[in-house]
Design a protein around this ligand. Structure first.
Ligand code: ATP
Length: 267
């Protein structure tokens, strides 16, 4: 197991049930990549091609990484996450070999979910990498996706971007990222589910979840997590002062909401 901001592998315990909202996203991931892994013969019988990945897009903090992670948790598989911006930085000049190494690591650890964050980084023009060099990286990525050198069965491929218009169109052909899903900011019902999910294992008193959900229009899941973290900080300090656990109350959360601006409006 490695822990690095640009790449890591883990065995997540969280499952779809821990993800608030996103029902459509869960259904699509299930039908497109989980069920084919579990019932390959059924899919073949109906002439459905197995393979290909899903591209998730939408504003930051709305659960793209989290849903990918829980996809792995859902099927008891490993989760390998790659931050492409950082990795391209580390690899300038040597990206092709490294991309191959990543896919090989995934193939050696199946079943697994291989998640590429910031796929728009691939193909984006940059001063320190000549266009022809970037073309090489793109082609290498495509041939790894296509499983040209070895097959990707058991490797579920997901990718995410905040800038879908910048993703090279070649990635979206059949058998590649041929399913594109918008991960939208959570609506009121989804926010209530997210709040419940994050508060589940914390000391809570009387918390009016519906009220907090109503007061957090345009807050992403990550914003809600930040709000709760803020309230937790306060309660921790209070608890230390008083010498007993002070559970989180509605007013603590409302106070934290006032101190945290929603982030999805800027997208
Ligand atoms: P980015 O584009 O910045 O990668 P993202 O869409 O991948 O953003 P995540 O990193 O998945 O967002 O979300 C950040 C954190 O917010 C998660 O680790 C999780 O704790 C919480 N979170 C976000 N969405 C949800 C959700 N739908 N249910 C429960 N928790 C969520």
């Amino acid at each position: 197991e490695s822990d690095d901001s640009s790449y890591f592998m883990q065995k997540p315990k969280e499952k779809f049930a821990d993800v608030g909202g996103m029902k459509r996203v869960k259904d699509e991931i299930s039908m497109k990549i989980i069920q084919p892994l579990k019932n390959p013969d059924l899919y073949k019988a109906f002439g459905k091609k197995i393979g290909g990945g899903i591209l998730l897009y939408g504003p930051p903090g709305c659960g793209k990484t989290f849903i990918a992670k829980t996809t792995a948790g859902e099927i008891d598989a490993k989760f390998i996450a790659i931050g492409l911006h950082d990795i391209l930085d580390m690899w300038i000049g040597n990206s092709e070999k490294n991309l191959h190494a990543i896919f090989e690591m995934a193939r050696n650890n199946k079943p697994c979910v291989l998640f590429f964050d910031e796929v728009d980084a691939i193909g984006a023009s940059r001063a320190d990498l000549k266009q022809s060099a970037m073309r090489h990286v793109i082609n290498q990525f495509l041939s790894e996706l296509d499983g040209v050198s070895s097959d990707n069965e058991g490797v579920l491929i997901l990718a995410a971007t905040n800038a879908p218009w910048s993703v090279d169109p070649a990635f979206r052909r059949p058998g590649r990222f041929d399913r594109i899903i918008f991960v939208e900011p959570p609506d009121e019902g989804a926010r209530a589910e997210i709040l419940n999910s994050i508060l589940k294992e914390k000391p809570v008193g009387e918390v009016d979840i519906d009220k907090i959900a109503r007061e957090t229009n345009n807050y992403s899941g990550a914003d809600l997590k930040a709000v709760i973290d803020m309230a937790v900080e306060e309660k921790l300090q209070e608890s230390m002062l008083k010498g007993t656990i002070q559970p989180i109350q509605t007013k603590d959360l409302l106070k934290a909401v006032k101190q945290h601006r929603p982030s999805t409006l800027e997208w």
